[in-house]
Every structure is written in C-alpha cells, then in structure tokens.
Write a protein that binds this ligand. Structure first.
Ligand code: TRP
Length: 334
C-alpha cells in the first residue's frame, strides 16, 4: 500500500529553539519513516508580513535547514522544499481562493490574532497577501495532496479551512483532493525560561538549538523556578515549574529526575543543583545537534543539494496536481 502523505511547514523567521523541537521537530522525526513527508519552508508566507526584509527571510531559510539537518531530519526520506520555488502553489492558490467565501477567512481565529498583533505590537501595515495567507496555506497542503498535517494547536483553524476549501472544490469540479487531517502533538508547547507559557523569540525566553554550551548554562542558571521558594530548605513545587518541565522533556536519566523532584518537594535540594543537572542534560542533548550543525555549516553545497532535490520532488507531484485541477475545472484551452 502506498504511504500516506504528510505536508507540514514553517515560516522562516530565524533559527529554531527548544520550543520548535518539542512542538514540531520531535514529532516530524517520528513520522519521517512511516509517511511520505514534505517539509515546506514557507518563505512566501513570511514575505506577507516581512516584505521589507527579504535578506532576513533568505538568511532564515538556511538557518532552518541547518537546524533540520542538525536534528536529523533526513532529506533523503522527507523532501525539503522551498515554497517560492514551487510556482504551482501560487496558481493553485488562485483557483482555491475562487471557491473560498471571504467570510470563512474573516472568521479564522489565528488570522484574527495575528492581524491584531501586527497592528498593535509591530505597528505595521497589514498586506493583502497576509489577509489571504490561510488560503495560500491551503494550497501548500493540497498541492502535494497531503493526507495529514502535523501542526501546533494554533494552526488547526488553517487545516479546518483547508478541508472546507477542498470539500468545496471537490463538490464543484469533482474529486481531486483528499481531505487532510491535522495531527496535533501530545506535548505541543514548551514554556519559556521565564515561566511564560510559550517559548518565543520575541519574548526573549528561548534556548536555541544552536546556542553554545556556555550560553545554555547562563540561560538555565537564570531560569524562573518556584517563586515561593526563598531558600533551599523550603519545600518547593515541582508541577508547572519550568526547570522540571525541561528536566522531564530532555533529561534521559529518569532516576535522577525522580530523585531531584522528591528532594525538591521535601526542601532537600537547592535550585543550583537542579539547574546544574539540567544544564548538563540539555548540553548532552544539544552536543550532537551542534556538532551536526557545524558539519553542515561548512558544507553549504549539501544544504543546497537537499533543497534542490526536495523542491524538485515536490514539484513533480505539484505539476501532476495542477494537471488534474485544470482538467477537473475545464480550464485547459490548447
Ligand atoms: N503557518 C505556519 C506557521 O506559522 C507555516 C506553514 C506554511 C504551514 N504552510 C504550511 C504549516 C502548511 C503547515 C502546513 O509556522
């Protein structure tokens, strides 16, 4: 039986951090063997609110690919594709937009939130392309006729919109698209080093996959813990405590974690010891990632090769999709 197909993507806005790993990459790594995967770098989507910084997007594209390779996402298994190099996406976007009621896009909660943020926090003009990006994202997903889309919670409205658009297209023109399903990860999101509910570069509470060990140590030693625990001999709270959330996510020595948790609850261990052990665990996790990243940083051609091959692979399928779409719609003239 043919493998089910996956498409997932990311906006290239910078290098990736532990939150990306827990929320996305960890899941992708598990899926790359079982599914035919397409990993999309959505540079054209990034353009919709960063048109004044193409150089930044370009730089971020390579940061993202380096991080992907560093965590061992394998370009021989899944295809690494660049959205702007798949012109079929933009053709498909137009056909899909033509069967999409504006009201469906207007009520998309993720788009609404982002528009608010753009206006209030960045004070930038909201572009026409930005208002339409969920439809373009539907084209990202439908171009390879994906069955499954692993994403974070915030992207679920986009997958629902994609299903609705595919349903409408199929109803009007005949069945071309499978209805893709969202696959939301179990852990989902990682708290920031400051205890805020999301690790995010704009909040300045991130540990990057590419941070050197000294930087990791500094960030961990400054981490937010139980604020009510003024001294090491006072019982502390483990639940919801960022240092223990990270221990549980990254420390492979489970016995050590249980022991630290037990002593923390009894007021028999200081924050410093907990943090030193966390630093060690995180650096043990990040060392091989940093090593592989350094390897690919000095071998740019390997990075380019991965992108060329992956983009070509997706284009072949995308071209076939467009053939089917035009045929179904009856818009082939000669
Ligand atoms: N919107 C996604 C994000 O903010 C990126 C993305 C673009 C995407 N195209 C996609 C995600 C297709 C899943 C499927 O990161």
């Amino acid at each position: 039986m043919a493998k089910q197909r996956i498409l997932t993507g990311i906006r290239p806005t910078g290098a990736l951090h532990l939150g990306h790993y827990v929320g996305a990459l960890k899941q992708w790594l598990e899926l790359q063997d079982e599914y035919e995967c397409f990993f999309l770098i959505a540079d054209a989507q990034a353009l919709t609110d960063h048109a004044d910084d193409v150089a930044g997007i370009r730089k971020a594209v390579f940061e993202v690919v380096l991080d992907w390779l560093a965590v061992e996402l394998d370009p021989r298994k899944g295809a690494f594709a660049i959205q702007s190099m798949l012109p079929e996406t933009f053709e498909l976007t137009h056909y899909l937009a033509s069967v999409t009621p504006q009201s469906l896009v207007d009520r998309n909660p993720t788009l609404k939130d982002e528009v608010k943020q753009l206006k209030e926090q960045r004070g930038v003009t909201v572009t026409h392309a930005f208002m339409g990006y969920p439809v373009s994202q539907a084209a990202d997903i439908l171009l390879p006729r994906a069955n499954l889309v692993p994403v974070g919670e915030d992207q679920v409205p986009h997958i629902e919109l994609t299903r609705e658009i595919a349903r409408r297209f199929n109803r009007i023109y005949g069945k071309v698209f499978p209805l893709p399903r969202a696959k939301v990860g179990v852990i989902g999101r990682l708290v920031g080093t400051d205890g805020k509910d999301k690790m995010s570069k704009s909040l300045g509470n991130v540990i990057m996959l590419s941070d050197p060990s000294k930087v990791v140590e500094k960030k961990v030693m400054a981490m937010y813990t139980d604020p009510k625990r003024v001294r090491a001999d006072v019982p502390g709270t483990v639940e919801g405590n960022p240092v223990f959330i990270y221990h549980n996510a990254f420390n492979t020595d489970k016995a050590e974690v249980r022991d630290l948790e037990e002593r923390y609850r009894k007021g028999k261990v200081g924050d410093v010891e907990v943090k030193e052990k966390l630093t060690r665990a995180l650096n043990a996790f990040l060392d091989p990632i940093r090593e592989r990243r350094a390897y690919f940083e000095t071998r740019h051609q390997l990075v380019i090769d991965a992108l060329v091959r992956g983009t070509e692979r997706e284009r072949k399928i995308g071209e076939e999709t467009i053939r089917q779409v035009r045929k179904a719609m009856g818009i082939h003239y000669f």
